[in-house]
Structures are given as structure tokens and as C-alpha cells.
Design a protein around this ligand. Structure first.
Ligand code: HEC
Length: 145
């Protein structure tokens, strides 16, 4: 079971890195976001008590979320010229690249802290998960159309 979870998260990490290497930054950043969302679909219901707390599954999903966060190279995924096309990225990103990068850095720091915490029970998990999850909506409100 544990081996399976590790294998699954290793595959997630490989997917995240592969998506960074592509030549289409809009497709790549969407894939990076979908990698995050996949982990949130595991973590969210557990945090809300809709699914039982399972330390192995939680740690694997937090590790995969952290890997997706680390793979988020803002300069490579939101280069100049990628503000048009099939994208919901707000023009505000390019007007305020420092603010956008700071918001992404905060998400990265919170994701790294949550993964490092290796929460052993629901309360410990909720304490580290709340700040991570808050980044998603905050950034989308500010920088997504
Ligand atoms: C610092 C900013 C930032 C953070 C933090 C962030 N996002 Fe995003 N997200 C964006 C932007 C910008 C887009 C629009 C991408 C585009 O269309 O170019 C986006 C798009 C998405 C999409 C749509 C992808 C698609 O296929 O079109 C999903 C799903 C998503 N984010 C999930 C998440 C989740 C889950 C989290 C938190 C774990 C998160 N995001 C955190 C900025 C952020």
C-alpha cells in the first residue's frame, strides 16, 4: 500500500517535470495547475472530514503537491508574449510580475511546510492544509480571469 502510494507520487512528480519541459507555456501551466487540483481532490475531502484520515495517502498527496509547487517556474510558464491565446491568466500578471511571483512563492513555502510536517492526525493535517489551500483561491481571485 505504502509502495503503491510512493510509486503514484513518483509518477506525479515525473508528470510535473515533463510538463515543464514542453514548448507551450500556456498548456504547461494549465497542466501544472491540474496536477495541483488532482492532489486537492484527495486532500480536500479528508480535511473536511468527508473521507477518513489516512496518513499514507495524505503524505503522498502533500509530497506530490509540493513537487508540483516546486516545478512551477514562473518565468518559464508565464513568459512575455503568453498573455494571449487560450488562457485565463489575467493581464495583471505581466503588469505585476513581482506580486504574482510573491504569491506563487508563498504557495510554494506553504506546500513545502505542509509536506515537511508529515501530519500524523486530522487536526495536525488541517492546521498545515488550511494555509496551503488558501493560496489557490487568493491567487485565482487576483490573477485569473
Ligand atoms: C500564485 C497564483 C496561483 C496559485 C497559488 C494557484 N493558482 Fe491555479 N491558476 C493560476 C492562474 C494564473 C491560472 C490560469 C492559467 C491559464 O489559463 O493561463 C490558474 C488555473 C488553474 C486551473 C485551471 C487549469 C486549466 O486546465 O485551465 C486549476 C484547476 C487551478 N488553477 C488549480 C489550482 C489549485 C488547486 C491551486 C492550489 C493548490 C492553485 N491553482 C493555486 C494561478 C494560481
Amino acid at each position: 500500500m505504502r509502495m503503491l502510494a510512493i510509486a503514484a507520487s513518483a509518477a506525479m512528480i515525473a508528470t510535473s517535470f515533463a510538463s515543464i519541459a514542453g514548448a507551450d507555456p500556456i498548456a504547461d501551466r494549465k497542466q501544472n495547475m491540474r496536477d495541483r487540483a488532482a492532489q486537492m481532490r484527495v486532500l480536500g475531502p479528508i480535511a473536511q472530514g468527508q473521507q477518513p484520515f489516512d496518513a499514507t495517502a495524505v503524505h503522498a498527496a502533500l509530497d506530490a503537491l509540493n513537487a508540483a509547487a516546486k516545478a512551477t517556474d514562473v518565468a518559464a510558464l508565464w513568459p512575455a508574449g503568453s498573455e494571449t491565446g487560450d488562457t485565463k491568466s489575467s493581464p495583471k500578471i505581466w503588469e505585476d510580475m513581482a506580486g504574482f511571483t510573491a504569491a506563487m512563492d508563498k504557495f510554494k513555502a506553504d506546500a513545502a511546510a505542509a509536506a515537511a510536517a508529515k501530519p500524523a492526525d486530522l487536526a495536525a493535517f488541517q492546521a498545515v492544509f488550511g494555509p496551503v489551500a488558501g493560496n489557490c483561491g487568493a491567487c485565482h481571485q487576483a490573477y485569473r480571469l
